[in-house]
Design a protein around this ligand. Structure first.
Ligand code: T3D
Length: 262
């Protein structure tokens, strides 16, 4: 069995998860997906982890499902619905539901599940040379891992069908212009910029970030009335947190806030 296909590295206040099958363009195997889910689930309950970075080794970010794991010639074909329900869908849900901010640093091609796992993260930084490909239709599949949900919401319904059906390369620049990702940076700056982002998230208010993520997760499906009510509910809670007291004290004393580092 392959070892260390997902490397966990602890930093001060944040966790780095590195996809590590560079020779296979970090395509995803069952053990790798299981490790990834376990890492995100454990981090969700770990107070010392205040933010998570997902990055990758080698020239690609992730080429999606490892197609060499899939038989296509006999009745042993894998039930892909089953594969999604068992491994991919729980991982997408974990990325969305964990209260920690998740940054994804896309260093190269992100194809199929690789593209949509990136889009499921909260903040996506991409290197200038990175590309996103909804490769599914090229092999007779549909956009999974939330692709059919994320694309119309991020890029708009006018673009979603073309992105999914044509499976063309979307450059990092275009992805940023279309609102699919946060920012494009020079290739050689990706590591430094993503680390800086993680340090800044680790120093920010964990309780505010968790509540913000909760609000953004449901915003697209709520009416304005529902969302305003939810904001009032979350702000009611936020107003009683130590982070709010510290934030206001720091503002008044003209210093940087020291949010709970527990
Ligand atoms: O199955 C389920 O459980 C359901 C869930 C499905 C989710 C999915 O992700 S389905 C979509 C699967 N992914 C793809 O269809 C993408 C396949 N790969 C590509 O289209 C291209 O490789 C890329 C566009 C990603 C990169 O192209 P390029 O020209 O930079 O590299 P390449 O030469 O095509 O690939 C380099 C090597 O990586 C090559 O191996 P070799 O010839 O050097 O030994 C290639 O076979 C291998 N590779 C690339 N992608 C995969 C892969 N090996 C296995 N699985 C892959 N997905």
């Amino acid at each position: 069995m392959e070892k260390d296909t997902l490397i966990r590295t602890r930093h001060d206040g944040w966790l780095r998860l590195t996809l590590n099958r560079p020779n296979k363009l970090n395509s995803l195997t069952a053990p790798m997906l299981e490790d990834w889910l376990a890492a995100v689930t454990e981090a969700a309950g770990d107070k010392t982890v205040r933010a998570i970075l997902i990055d990758a080794n080698g020239r690609a970010f992730c080429a999606g499902q490892d197609l060499s794991e899939r038989k296509t010639t006999d009745s042993q074909d894998t039930d892909l619905g089953d594969s999604l329900q068992k491994r991919y869908n729980p991982l997408i849900q974990a990325l969305r539901q964990t209260p920690k901010p998740i940054v994804c640093a896309v260093n190269g091609v992100a194809a199929g599940a690789g593209a949509n796992l990136a889009l499921a993260c909260d903040i996506v930084l991409a290197a200038q040379s990175a590309v996103f490909i909804q490769a599914f239709s090229r092999i007779g599949l549909i956009p999974d891992c939330g692709g059919s949900w994320f694309l119309p919401r991020l890029a708009g319904s006018g673009r979603a069908a073309a992105i999914a059906m044509l499976a063309e390369k979307i450059t990092a620049e275009t992805a940023a212009q279309w609102g699919m990702i946060w920012r494009v940076v020079a290739d050689e700056q990706l590591a430094a910029e993503s680390e800086q982002l993680l340090e800044s998230l680790a120093a920010s208010s964990a309780s505010a970030n968790a509540a913000t993520k909760k609000l953004l997760n449901v915003a697209a499906d709520n009416t304005l009335t529902q969302q305003l009510a939810l904001e009032a509910e979350q702000q009611h809670l936020a107003g009683f947190t130590p982070d709010y007291r510290e934030g206001v004290a720091a503002f008044t004393e003209k210093r940087l806030p020291r949010f709970n580092q527990a």
